[in-house]
Write a protein that binds this ligand. Structure first.
Ligand SMILES: Cc1cc2nc3c(=O)[nH]c(=O)nc-3n(C[C@H](O)[C@H](O)[C@H](O)COP(=O)(O)OP(=O)(O)OC[C@H]3O[C@@H](n4cnc5c(N)ncnc54)[C@H](O)[C@@H]3O)c2cc1C
Length: 414
């Protein structure tokens, strides 16, 4: 057992602690490509474990503050932000979801999942993605973490002899060398050298139209998930007592048509889509944005001295609000696995990370894909099946509990 006079006391060699890092690369062994939500959170998580990282982003710094989406953060994600010391700032602009109303248009069956029944204060917290980005950006600046804006990284080469990875920007200039490169570029790169063997895609033929909409009555913390033949329509309570964040999934052509409507015509279309007989009345809407949807993921999130993270590892349909929540669980485990490793890019270390994440990652991808495929069509047999599934959920509290825990914690902790 090591004693205080022993150089390995506290599990680290004192000579290593005392000697300042010899090169910038030793002080900052990790390079992160992409300073969106995932890249910024990872840099802070690594910092929490004493691992230096720098970020390179193609866009001007602060661009992520204008992200128009609202994200439903799970209970596990709140805990991660609390661990980073950022939950109070994020919570200041969060709206708790106290119940979720699930139904299908044109079919029977509906259910309601409530926080009270699950014995939690909230099923999730809705926060504007731009607000989360602002909190992360401010924290990065306070921590003095390097953020290189206007820097698109186009080329990553590995020097097998030295174990270094070199990053070049789109002008061909060398920008950095590191022991480990994290791809957090926000998309699965179909042009990557190993894309043919690594990448899996499914086109749902759907786009998501996103905006905020006000209703004539308060939401009381209720979220709505309404399945339609075109895709799910999600309404998340967000901000003011009568304000919802809307995710309206539909065909690409329909999304283009909805974008071109004036506000009054759009509100009428939203009302008709949600259901004229429903109790919500939409009275105003903010400008609309469209996101193409699909499932794209890498079979493995690791490669030689490389890790793919966030949407660069898996881009999911937003139906169950899982994308960023899964990224946060990846980030927490990655930071934990890299801690104490003398070489953060070592093959065994990265393999340990991939093994740790396998079940949660595969489960979350499969869960999301399954919901989209089961609920986004108008086949009579499936409509009946969906109705029965919703009925079963409504009648069986343990089943509701299972679904609620999956949404709140992911596979691992569920
Ligand atoms: C409509 C919608 C609703 C959603 N709702 C939820 C939800 O409720 N809950 C949830 O958990 N998730 C949700 N998601 C998913 C969530 O938005 C994403 O998982 C998350 O935003 C991904 O963050 P990211 O950092 O991986 O990517 P991004 O935020 O896209 O960041 C990528 C960054 O990389 C930079 N970049 C790209 N290429 C390069 C390059 N070559 N060099 C340098 N920089 C580069 C870009 O400039 C960008 O800043 C939703 C998604 C959609 C579409």
């Amino acid at each position: 057992m090591a004693k205080s006079g022993d150089p390995t006391y506290f599990g680290a060699h004192l000579a290593d602690i005392a000697a300042p890092p010899r090169t910038a690369e030793e002080a900052t062994p990790v390079a992160i490509i992409g300073g969106g939500l995932a890249g910024m959170t990872l840099a802070l998580a690594l910092r929490q474990h004493g691992i230096g990282a720098r970020i390179f982003d193609a866009r001007p710094r602060g661009a992520a503050r204008h992200d128009p989406r609202a994200l439903a953060l799970s209970h596990g994600s709140q805990q991660t932000f609390a661990w980073l010391g950022l939950w109070p700032q994020i919570a200041a602009a969060a709206t708790p979801i106290v119940s979720i109303h699930v139904s299908q248009r044109g079919g029977f069956g509906r259910t309601r999942i409530t926080a009270a029944e699950q014995d939690v204060p909230a099923l999730g917290q809705v926060v504007a993605a731009g607000h989360i980005a602002a909190v992360l950006d401010t924290a990065l600046a306070a921590a003095g973490i390097e953020y290189h804006e206007h820097t698109r990284i186009d080329c990553v080469n590995m020097d097998a002899d030295t174990g270094r990875v070199w990053l070049r920007d789109d002008r061909g200039d060398a920008r950095d060398s590191a022991r480990l490169v994290i791809y957090a570029e926000g998309a699965v790169d179909a042009a990557h050298a190993d894309a043919a063997t690594q990448t899996r895609t499914r086109d749902y033929g759907q786009h998501a139209l996103v905006c905020e909409a006000r209703t004539s009555t308060p939401h009381h913390g209720t979220a709505y998930e309404r399945f339609t033949a075109q895709g799910p329509l999600a309404l998340l309570p967000c901000g003011a007592a009568d304000n919802f964040s809307v995710v309206y999934t539909c065909s690409p052509d329909e999304a283009r048509r909805l974008l071109s409507l004036d506000d009054a015509a759009f509100l009428a279309a939203l009302q008709a889509h949600f259901g004229l007989g429903q109790r919500l009345r939409f009275v105003a809407a903010t400008p609309r944005h469209v996101f193409p949807l699909g499932l794209r993921y890498r079979r493995s999130p690791i490669g030689p001295r490389r890790v793919w993270l966030g949407n660069a590892a898996q881009t999911l349909h937003p139906v169950a609000g899982q994308g960023f929540n899964l990224a946060l669980r990846d980030i927490r485990d990655l930071a934990r696995v890299l801690t104490g490793s003398p070489d953060p890019g070592a093959r065994a270390t990265l393999q340990r990370y991939a093994n740790t994440r396998r079940i949660d990652r595969a489960g979350t991808i499969g869960f999301t894909d399954g919901i989209v495929r089961l609920f986004s069509n108008d086949l009579p047999l499936l409509r009946e099946g969906r109705g029965l599934a919703l009925l079963a959920l409504d009648l069986l509290p343990p089943l509701r509990g299972l679904v609620a825990r999956r949404m709140m914690y992911g596979t691992r902790d569920g």
